[in-house]
Design a protein around this ligand. Structure first.
Ligand code: HEM
Length: 506
C-alpha cells in the first residue's frame, strides 16, 4: 500500500506536467508558434497576465519575449507585435491575410455581427462599405466643402472661451460639443444648440455607454471560457437593450429626417447636401441595406469623435505644461499669419504647428494598439506560425516610444519632427511610411479619417494658441497628464482645467 501511495505521489504531478506541456504546445494548432508564457489548461495565460493588457503592460512582455509573442486567453489566441518590421508585415506586406477584425459576443451585438465597416471581416462587404463611405467623408473635396464650417464651429469655441472665468475651465465638454457639431453637420446637416441640448445629452450618453460596455473587461470570462457563457446572459441583454435604443435614436432623429428631405426633392437639380444623402442614395441603388446605413452612422459616432477629442485634450495639456513650445508656436503663427486667422488653407505654411500635432499623437496615441486585426486562415509571421483567427495587436504606441528607435522618447519635443525625424509624416499609405510612427495605422484597414483628423487637430490647436495664453489653474505648476488606458484608447485620466488668457493684438 505504501509503494502504491508513493507511486501516486510521484505520478500525479508527473501526469499534470505532461498534460501541461502537451496542452501548451498543442493549443496553438501545431507548428512553431511565437514565444510567450507557458499556458495552463483551460485558462491559458489569462490568470498570469490578467485583464489589463494596455500598451505599457505589453511592453514588459515584448522585452521578455520579443517582437511578436503569443498569449492564450482561454480559447482565444492573442499575438502582440512590437517591432516596426513585423508591423510592416501585418499591416502592409500581408495586409490581406491580417486584414480582418476579431469578433466576440459583445462586438457581435454592437455591429450586428459585422454589418458595419470598422469591425467587419476583410472581404467584399468591407470593400463595398469602405468605398461607399469614402466619397461623402474621406476626400479632399469633402475637406474643401466643410472647412469653412469647421472654422466657424471653432471660432464659436474661442468666442465662448473669451468669457471663461480666470480660474479656468474644463475645456473638454465644449470641444466635445464642437466635434459633435462638426460631425453631425457633415453627416446630417444637423447641429446641437448647446451642451444643454437634450439631443446632445442623449447622443453623448448613448455613445459613452456603448464604449463602456464594449471596452469593458467584465465579459472576458465568457469570451475566453465558453462553458461560462450562460453567466453572461444579463450583460449581453444590457448591450442589446442599449444598442436597440441607441440605433432608434440615430434613426428617428436623424436618418429618417434625411429620408424625408431626399424624397421631397423633385429630381436631379437638387444637389446632395450631406454625407447621409450619399449613403441613402447607395441604399436606394440597392448597394447596401437599411441596416448597413444605420451601422455607418454608428461607426462614425464611435470612430470619429472621441478619438479626435482625446488628441485635442492631450495637445492642449502638453502645451500648457511646455510654455516654451506654446510660445514658439505662437511666434510661428504671428510671423506667418500676422493678424489673419488660422484657416485650413494656412496649415501647410505652419510646420511647427504640424510638429506639435505629430508629437502629441506619438506620445499619446489615442488608439495605442490600433483596432485589433485578425487572420481568417493560418498564417506566418516572422518565421512563426500564427493559428487561424488569432487576434493580432500592433503596439503602435511602443513603436513610437521605444528608446531604441527614438531620441529621448519620453519628452514632449515637437522639434524632433523638424530635426532628426523631419522625414517622418503622419500617413496611412503611399511610399513614405515610417513603421515607427503609426498613429492612424497603415494599409488596407488604416484610418480613412486621417484626412479630417489632422486638419481638425491643427486648426483647433492653432486657433487656441493664437488667441490665448494657456496656463494651469492658479496654484498649480502643471496639468496632470496621467493616462487612462482601455482596450482601445489612451485618454487623459483627469480632464484638465485650463486658464485661457486672451493674447493682446500685436
Ligand atoms: C480606424 C486612429 C479619427 C474613421 C482607425 C484605426 C486607428 C485610427 C489607429 C485602426 C487602424 C488599423 O486597424 O490598422 C484614429 C485617430 C484619430 C481618428 C488617432 C484622431 C486623432 C477618425 C475620424 C474618422 C475615423 C475623424 C471619421 C470621420 C475611422 C474608420 C476606421 C478607423 C472608419 C476603420 C477603418 C477600417 O476598418 O477599414 N482610426 N482615427 N477616424 N478610423 Fe480613425
Amino acid at each position: 500500500a505504501k509503494s502504491g501511495q508513493s507511486l501516486a505521489v510521484v505520478s500525479i504531478p508527473l501526469l499534470l506536467i505532461v498534460a501541461f506541456v502537451l496542452f501548451s504546445s498543442s493549443s496553438g494548432g501545431g507548428g512553431k508558434t511565437p514565444p510567450g508564457p507557458v499556458a495552463w489548461p483551460i485558462f491559458g495565460n489569462w490568470l498570469q497576465v490578467g485583464n489589463d493588457l494596455n500598451h505599457r503592460n505589453l511592453v514588459g512582455m515584448a522585452e521578455k519575449y520579443g517582437g511578436v509573442f503569443l498569449l492564450r486567453l482561454g480559447v482565444r489566441n492573442l499575438a502582440v507585435v512590437s517591432d516596426p518590421k513585423l508591423a510592416a508585415e501585418v499591416l502592409h506586406t500581408q495586409g490581406v491575410e491580417f486584414g480582418s477584425r476579431p469578433r466576440n459576443l459583445v462586438w457581435d451585438i454592437f455591429t450586428a455581427s459585422g454589418k458595419d465597416m470598422v469591425f467587419t471581416e476583410y472581404g467584399d462587404h468591407w470593400r463595398k462599405m469602405r468605398r461607399i463611405m469614402t466619397m461623402p467623408f474621406f476626400t479632399s473635396k469633402v475637406v474643401a466643402q466643410y472647412k469653412g464650417m469647421w472654422e466657424e464651429e471653432m471660432d464659436a469655441v474661442t468666442e465662448c472661451l473669451r468669457a471663461a472665468p480666470p480660474a479656468g475651465v474644463v475645456v473638454r465638454r465644449r470641444l466635445q460639443l464642437m466635434l459633435y457639431n462638426i460631425m453631425y453637420r457633415m453627416m446630417f446637416d444637423a447641429r446641437f444648440e448647446s451642451v444643454d441640448d437634450p439631443l446632445f445629452q442623449q447622443a453623448t450618453q448613448f455613445n459613452s455607454e456603448r464604449s463602456r460596455l464594449a471596452q469593458s473587461f467584465d465579459y472576458n470570462y465568457g469570451d475566453f471560457i465558453p462553458i461560462l457563457r450562460p453567466f453572461l446572459k444579463g450583460y449581453l441583454e444590457k448591450c442589446r437593450d442599449l444598442q436597440s435604443r441607441r440605433l432608434a435614436f440615430f434613426n428617428d432623429n436623424y436618418v429618417q429626417k434625411r429620408r424625408k428631405v431626399m424624397s421631397a426633392r423633385d429630381g436631379s437639380s437638387d444637389r446632395l447636401r450631406c454625407a447621409m444623402d450619399y449613403i441613402l442614395e447607395a441604399e436606394m441603388n440597392g448597394e447596401i441595406s437599411s441596416d448597413n446605413v444605420i451601422y455607418i452612422v454608428e461607426n462614425i459616432n464611435v470612430a470619429a469623435i472621441e478619438t479626435t477629442l482625446w488628441g485635442m485634450e492631450w495637445a492642449l495639456a502638453e502645451l500648457v505644461n511646455h510654455p516654451r513650445c506654446q510660445k514658439r508656436l505662437r511666434e510661428e503663427l504671428r510671423q506667418v499669419l500676422g493678424e489673419d486667422p488660422v484657416t485650413e488653407t494656412s496649415l501647410p505654411r505652419l510646420p511647427y504647428l504640424e510638429a506639435v500635432v505629430k508629437e502629441t499623437l506619438r506620445l499619446h496615441s489615442p488608439i495605442p494598439l490600433l483596432v485589433p486585426h485578425m487572420n481568417l486562415d493560418a498564417a506566418k509571421l516572422g518565421g512563426y506560425d500564427i493559428p487561424k483567427r488569432t487576434k493580432v495587436i500592433v503596439n503602435a504606441w511602443w513603436l513610437g516610444n521605444n528608446p531604441e528607435w527614438w531620441l529621448r522618447p519620453e519628452e514632449f519635443r515637437p522639434e524632433r519632427f523638424l530635426e532628426e525625424e523631419q522625414e517622418v509624416d503622419a500617413v496611412v499609405g503611399g511610399g513614405k511610411v515610417d513603421f515607427r510612427f503609426l498613429p492612424f495605422g497603415v494599409g488596407r484597414r488604416s484610418c480613412p479619417g486621417i484626412i479630417l483628423a489632422m486638419p481638425l487637430l491643427g486648426l483647433v490647436v492653432g486657433k487656441l494658441v493664437k488667441e490665448f495664453e494657456m496656463a494651469p489653474p492658479p496654484g498649480m505648476e502643471k496639468i496632470d497628464v496621467t493616462e487612462k488606458g482601455g482596450q482601445f484608447s489612451l485618454q487623459i485620466a483627469k480632464h484638465a482645467t485650463i486658464v485661457f488668457r486672451p493674447v493682446p493684438a500685436a
